[in-house]
Ligand binder design. Sequence first.
Ligand code: ZN
Length: 340
Amino acid sequence: MTVRALSLPTLLVCAALAASAGPARAQPPSAADENAGVPASSDERVIRAGDTRLHVIVENAPSRLRADELQRWLAECASAALTAFGRFPLHDAQVRIRLVPRRGRDSSPVPWGQTVREDGVSVLLYVREDAGMAELRGDWTAVHELSHLFHPYLGDDGRWLAEGLASYYQNVLRARAGLLDADEAWRRLDGGFQRGRRVGPGARMDQVGWSRGSTMRIYWAGAAFWLDADVQLRREHGTDLDRVLGRYSQCCLDSGSRLEPQEFIAALDRAGGRGVFARLYRRYAAMTEFPSQDAPYRALGISESDKDTLRFSDDDADAVRLRRAIMGARPADTAPAKSE
Ligand SMILES: [Zn+2]
């Protein structure tokens, strides 16, 4: 495995519209927006899990009360991330929350999120200044961005793997943490698959990069890859995606890690993936059409009764167990996350 330090600043940008079922919100707030409103008064706290730390900075809260609320929200999202394997993937990472005014008709509570890899890894979340706690807890963006910390920078060829992992986990981790009902999480995952499928065929997944019009396919065919892998690991090898990513993060991941997609896949197989990742990668990377969910859905006891409705079978105990193992509520697998 080759790990190269980044020589140039690298942005991993998540166009928030990509996974959203709501209105498009394609542009980050402008500099004018960022500087509008009250003078910045930064509020920094640290959430610890084992030997890992997440530094959470609220850049410009208008009051201590608002800073407390935003810190509470982010701590919930961080606890959701800990339901994967009980620690954060990186020893140190930073989350910056920047309040911005509402823009036009965009009512999204978190209109933009991105993960920046430059002198460490930072998640940057633009939060609408009047977004309430209920709206924030219902939004997927923060958990999506925190899920990008599980993987190294994978370049354009691996963008579908990176966005797919974050899109899969934004639903899985929120369901486990009680931020989303489990059945609703399956429905949202399926909704993503439907949106990806509607894009139609295109370039191979490992060549699709930033192709215009392919965003939904990139995000959700990627998510389908990770669901397929997770199901196969659980059914055939007595392990799971969480455990493999946990081992990978301890042996091999740091904030400067940059890998070719195939190198990442091989590293996951060495970290307990038993060849599942390489086999699936060969198939998915070459796909020009959206992958079928038939095999994982059969194993999970999920079927589509009509265009918009998912049916969950309770007849097959293995399928019920498998669904619960992935989406079931659970405490963070560690001592509770602490803010200081
Ligand atoms: Zn993303």
